[in-house]
Design a protein around this ligand. Structure first.
Ligand SMILES: Nc1ncnc2c1ncn2[C@@H]1O[C@H](COP(=O)(O)OP(=O)(O)O)[C@@H](O)[C@H]1O
Ligand code: SF4
Ligand SMILES: [Mg+2]
Length: 349
């Protein structure tokens, strides 16, 4: 006798409890005439459904290249991925066919770029561009697609959406255009959104509004969100956890509030000390000395050593691995790791 068991089919949104996206030991290099640019040198991070990961680092640290590798939009060549895994719901996307990846891109993982003007088509109305998502992917009629476009514009709080659906991108302010980009990304209800400096081009007050909107929608749709930024101030209120990137590596990960309170890496400490604070008005702002390395010639040992106030001899020879950090009594600090030989001095010192 066969027993037919009742199986509950999990919705793709529920997942299996594991991370939605897991990047493991990812390496990306660019083969150029000047030599090999090692843009990503062993990145590890993960994000779950309903979670926001902020990826923080100075310009040129490999944040965008990592995101482009996840989206599968790197030009190869000149880019090459010699090593690593990018697991989406457990499956390594680097092993998938082009066809399989296309099915994920835009539908299940969407991306928001910094510059809406260059991402939107200037000669097509925003309603047409939003509607296109529904016409192409869901075979909707023009009329239905337009109704959907208006609904989405409402969702991202564009005032008088129905009246503005036929307007062109240049007729909107920078903040409103960025909302349209968010609407485009949301159109197919992706499980993961990667937002690459989504508010960098905006005024400070508008930045906060757009960031709040993104956080609100992320919660509502229970999406994973990767928020790339060079500005720690912008992500503090919306991120759950932070991965700090330097010269193509993750140098520290931590839940957001713990990172603020007690960094475990001298680079993170430097970034925190260089944020203007209201209670320290008038005091001169700290700046990390020097510049990020040229990725054609990354320093040996810890890549941060030429700029690090704590550097010792070992820092110039041995690359510090990203390892879990603990309380002084050995107590666990879940989600925390640092790639510094002297994390103890930084965390507990
Ligand atoms: N197509 C390319 N060819 C050569 N080098 C590149 C290319 N794209 C990016 N890079 C290099 O990769 C490094 C990391 O870039 P990126 O990920 O854009 O930094 P960011 O952290 O500012 O987003 C930079 O040094 C950049 O010059
Ligand atoms: S490993 Fe050394 S150089 Fe690198 S951050 Fe730690 S103390 Fe500084
Ligand atoms: Mg970038």
């Amino acid at each position: 006798m066969t027993i037919i068991e009742e199986v509950s089919v999990p919705s793709p949104r529920d997942g299996d409890g594991g991370p939605l996206l897991e990047v493991r030991d990812l390496h990306v290099e660019f083969h150029t005439r000047e030599g090999v640019v090692r843009a990503v040198n062993g990145v590890n991070y993960s994000v779950s459904a309903g979670e926001t990961l902020a990826v923080l680092g100075e310009s040129g640290s490999g944040k965008s290249v990592t995101a482009q590798a996840i989206m599968g939009i790197l030009d190869m060549p000149p880019a090459k991925i010699p090593q690593g895994e990018i697991r989406f719901r457990g499956q390594d996307m680097l092993q998938m066919s082009g066809e399989e990846r296309r099915k994920i891109r835009g539908r299940r993982i969407a991306m928001i770029f910094q510059d809406a003007l260059s991402s939107l088509n200037p000669v097509l109305s925003v309603g047409y561009q939003l509607g296109e998502m529904f016409r192409v992917h869901h075979g909707m009629s023009k009329k239905d697609a337009k109704a959907k476009a208006i609904e989405l514009m409402d969702r991202v709080k564009i005032p008088a959406a129905a009246a503005r659906v036929n307007d062109y991108p240049h007729q909107f302010s920078g903040g409103m255009r960025q909302r349209i980009m968010i609407a485009m990304a949301l159109a197919l209800e992706p499980e993961l959104i990667i937002a690459d400096e989504p508010t960098t081009a905006l005024d400070v007050t508008v930045q906060a509004q757009v960031m709040d909107l993104l956080a609100e929608l992320q919660r509502e749709y229970n999406m994973g969100l990767i928020l790339i930024t060079h500005d720690l101030g912008v992500v503090a209120d919306v991120a759950d956890k932070i991965a700090v990137m330097y010269a193509g590596r993750i140098v520290e990960t931590a839940p957001v509030h713990e990172l603020y309170k007690r960094p475990a890496h001298p680079y993170t400490r430097g970034l925190l000390d260089s944020i203007p604070r209201l209670d320290q008005k008038g005091q001169e702002l700290y700046a990390i000395k020097g510049l990020p390395p040229n990725l054609l010639r990354i320093p040996t040992g810890c890549a941060f050593n030429p700029r690090c106030p704590k550097a010792q001899d070992i820092c110039r020879t041995d690359v510090p691995a990203l390892l879990p950090v603990t309380e002084q009594d050995g107590g666990e600090l879940p989600g925390r790791a640092s790639a510094c030989h002297f994390w103890k001095e930084t965390l507990h010192g």
